[in-house]
Design a binder for this molecule. Structure first.
Ligand code: ZN
Length: 135
């Protein structure tokens, strides 16, 4: 079952510069992590207790985030919704004939299991489903 908004991913060219901007709103960096599989460096900034902003900086020109910035510029990249059962959620989405990028979960930042639905399926929004480590 989808339970809440987990995070909003924002593609940025320069992680440190982006952090400085978001700090001006009083937000605090909770952690910075490199996700090798996605070729990104990610900074997490909590909004309240449950939601985070994820700033995503490409670590390579082949990173999906680099390609996104090249095409569209910096900005909101994806919306992530938390689920208590990622495998089931992806199966159900497939059964509903939603176009999936990931048919089976893969490892995301924060040790979460994640899977993406194609923006074509979700009215222009790249939607991430994620099961957080504890939930
Ligand atoms: Zn994400």
């Amino acid at each position: 079952m989808i339970q809440k908004v987990s995070h909003i991913g924002i593609a940025v060219r320069d992680l440190q510069a982006a952090i400085e901007v978001y700090k001006k709103l009083g937000l605090v960096v909770e952690g910075i992590e490199t996700v090798e599989s996605q070729k990104v460096r990610v900074a997490f900034l909590p909004i309240g207790k449950e939601v985070r902003i994820e700033l995503l900086e490409p670590t390579s020109d082949e990173s999906p985030i680099a390609r996104f910035i090249e095409k569209k510029g910096e900005g909101i990249h994806h919306l992530a919704l938390a689920t208590d059962n990622i495998e089931n959620e992806l199966k159900q989405a497939e059964a509903q004939e939603l176009q999936l990028i990931d048919k089976t979960p893969r490892q995301g930042a924060h040790h979460a299991s994640i899977g993406f639905l194609h923006p074509k399926a979700m009215k222009g929004v790249l939607l991430e489903l994620c099961q957080e480590k504890d939930g």
